[in-house]
Design a binder for this molecule. Structure first.
Ligand code: SF4
Ligand code: SF4
Length: 177
């Protein structure tokens, strides 16, 4: 039969020599490999004190963004939910009332906005679909949880802290420190 690749190797069935039967050489080879690693740079890091830098294309936990005046950007248009291949996003829209101009940027806003992190595949399509720069995937990740409900993130988890009143918390949510 024709081989699919050139990686196949014929099994060597010739009897072992006396030296091979002692296994000393093989044990010695194993010890050389083990000791050679003592002098190499350790690949492990002391997490969480030390953290590895993320790849520039890393897509982590979602953040609902605010504008420079601290107003919510999301206008509950639903484009992110339509673009989401995992159907992980749900929302409920509401009309902005007079006097709420300092809270919401547009006349319509998301009264409820939820992402099911157990469904999400972190593809970033919601971010690409959003015309308001209201959602993006940050350089942090969803912390572990003990129950499934804990992975349905609402606005209380997703909305970025107000940059005008909590600049440090905003930077942390963006994964900048
Ligand atoms: S990252 Fe992808 S799967 Fe996750 S909510 Fe956004 S569009 Fe859906
Ligand atoms: S996050 Fe963006 S795309 Fe999604 S509902 Fe809000 S404004 Fe629309």
């Amino acid at each position: 039969m024709e081989a699919l690749t050139s990686r196949a190797k014929a099994v060597d069935r010739k009897p072992m020599t006396f030296l091979e039967r002692l296994y000393l050489w093989n044990i010695l080879k194993g010890m050389i490999i083990t000791f050679s690693h003592i002098f190499k740079k350790k690949p492990t890091i002391q997490y969480p004190e030390v953290k590895r830098p993320f790849s520039p294309v890393f897509r982590g936990l979602h953040v609902l963004n605010r504008d420079e005046e601290g107003r919510e950007r999301c206008t509950a248009c639903g484009l992110c939910a339509v673009a989401c291949p995992a159907e992980a996003i749900t929302m409920e829209a509401a009309e902005r009332l007079p006097g709420e101009e300092n809270l919401y940027r547009e006349e319509k806003y998301a009264a409820k906005y939820e992402i099911n992190m157990l469904r999400c595949i972190f593809c970033g399509l919601c971010e690409e679909a959003c015309p308001k720069d209201a959602i993006y995937l940050s350089e942090t990740f969803a912390p572990a949880n003990f129950n499934r409900k804990g992975f349905v993130y609402g606005k209380d988890n997703l909305l970025i802290p107000n940059p005008t009143t909590q600049p440090e918390a905003t930077a942390k949510a963006k994964g900048l420190n």
